[in-house]
Ligand binder design. Structure first.
Ligand SMILES: [Zn+2]
Length: 467
């Protein structure tokens, strides 16, 4: 009997190797030295231990692929390599055949009652295994002792699938969930998470306390700035239940570890995990949240604007405006486009749109023309009629960003008496991206890449102005 089992396992090793990936056995290698090019230093010890113990292997290209998901067939194979299985019951799953490389491992898992497959008589070997399923598999494959009291995860509750398995492996120190207090039972398990679980199964000294520390190393926060003018409530959970535990002042920077439950940001507050509403946070690089900005591509319809060398101003500026609008929106602005298609709008129609909306900025986009084909460069106009100082500042910031981005001659920010800047009551500018009457600038202005980069430059200048 023992001989027979050994033979089966030897065959299994041969059969199973090509599926999972060829073994990168270290043999005499020092377990502390990294075997793989794509794992973090903090991941090396556990990964190398399990590879040295033949539980799983790396890939032929020298990678380990720690973030790759694990299939159900791979999961039972890894477990089988540890337990050896006590016998094999040929499965009659409709989606597992005798020629499948994993058939023996599935047979072992069925014999040892680690899995029964699905009610429709399938095993779904190629489906990703979830963290919850893995918890159940491990609970059936190994015997654990509770060393840590009880597990409390907000996404695990009585009756939830895999709740028992999750509780067992957590209190045994095999898993410890995520810092936001979740276990994420329905999330696919990664190869590195699998390594952590199995390493703790095999090596009791590696087991962890269920103290809410991160399951996966390297979770770092992203800095955000509080925008709520009266301060932002800090709450113990990702919901509005109960009373806030504190309030953070507007302008305070917080580190957001992650966003959960549709719009709650997990932060560390006085050393404790806490939540704030994500709606009142902006990126520190500056944002246009709460700002209404009018994007005004000049001309349109029967008015082509300037044209030369086959390049027509109304098209260049329309395309640039259509790139600009979503970029400003991505910074949180409410954007009004005077036109997003090739149609004519009167000058007063444009300024009325901006004034009626109570806009915070007005940006008119044009391309220049001159009698001499030698004239070239970028200039931006402002008017002293309304918001003079702010209009000038906005013009200077946008013009310098455009010159830098497009590498054009800096013709400066200038005062002028154009209708759209004169009659708009908010900070307003009129940019002349370049000259269609200059051959090389005309070619440049006609390219989608230049139009997109011009929009990026205008966005940067605008963000700079408001922040
Ligand atoms: Zn024009």
């Amino acid at each position: 009997m023992i001989k027979r089992l050994t033979l089966v396992l030897a065959l299994l090793a041969l059969v199973a190797a090509p599926f999972a990936e060829p073994f990168q056995k270290s043999g005499t290698a020092d377990a502390a030295s990294p075997h793989f090019s794509d794992i973090q230093p903090s991941q090396e010890a556990a990964v190398n231990r399990l590879v040295d113990e033949d539980v799983l292997a790396g890939y032929e290209d020298g990678t380990f692929r720690p973030d790759k998901n694990v299939s159900r067939a791979e999961a039972v194979t890894m477990i089988g390599r540890i337990t050896g299985f006590s016998g094999y019951t040929s499965p009659d799953f409709s989606d597992v055949s005798d020629s499948d490389y994993f058939v023996q491992m599935v047979a072992g898992a069925v014999h040892d009652e680690i899995t029964r497959g699905y009610e429709d008589n399938t095993f779904r070997p190629h489906r990703d295994v979830t963290r919850g399923e893995m918890a159940t598999f491990l609970t059936r494959a190994f015997t654990f002792t509770n060393r840590d009291g009880e597990a409390n995860f907000w996404d695990i509750y009585p009756g939830k699938l895999h709740a028992t398995g999750t509780e067992v492996i957590t209190t045994a120190g095999i898993a410890n969930g995520y810092p936001d207090g979740s276990f994420r039972p329905d999330q696919s398990i990664t190869r590195y998470e699998m390594v952590l679980f199995l390493d703790r199964v095999l090596h009791p000294e590696e087991r962890v306390s269920n103290d809410g520390s991160p399951e996966v190393e390297g979770m770092t926060g992203e800095t955000r700035v509080v925008t709520a003018s009266s301060g932002l409530n800090v709450r113990p959970g990702p919901n509005t239940d109960g009373s806030p535990i504190d309030r953070i002042a507007s302008g305070t920077e917080v580190d957001v570890l992650e966003t959960v439950n549709g719009g709650w940001a997990l932060i560390l507050h006085n050393g404790e995990f806490a939540y704030v509403s994500n709606s009142y946070l902006r990126s520190p690089g500056g944002s246009l949240a709460g700002k209404t900005i009018v994007v005004d591509p000049g001309h349109g319809g029967h008015d082509p604007g300037a044209s030369a060398y086959g390049v027509v101003e109304k098209n260049v500026v329309l395309n640039t405006g259509n790139y600009l609008a979503p970029m400003l929106e991505a910074q949180g602005a409410h954007v009004i486009q005077t036109r997003s298609t090739d149609r004519f709008i009167s000058l007063s129609g444009r300024t009325n749109m901006a004034n009626n909306a109570g806009a915070d900025a007005f940006i008119s986009i044009h391309a220049n023309a001159a009698g001499s084909s030698a004239a070239h460069g970028t200039e931006t106009y402002w008017s002293s009629n309304y918001s003079a100082a702010e209009s000038r500042e906005l013009a200077e910031k946008i013009n310098s960003e455009l010159v830098r981005e497009l590498n054009t001659r800096d013709r400066g920010a200038k005062q002028a008496n154009f209708h759209v800047t004169r009659e708009s009551r908010m900070p307003s500018v009129l940019v002349e991206l370049g000259f269609v009457t200059n051959y090389s600038e005309a070619q440049q202005l006609n390219s989608a890449s230049t139009q997109r980069r011009a929009a990026e430059a205008i966005t940067r200048g605008t963000v700079d102005f408001f922040n």
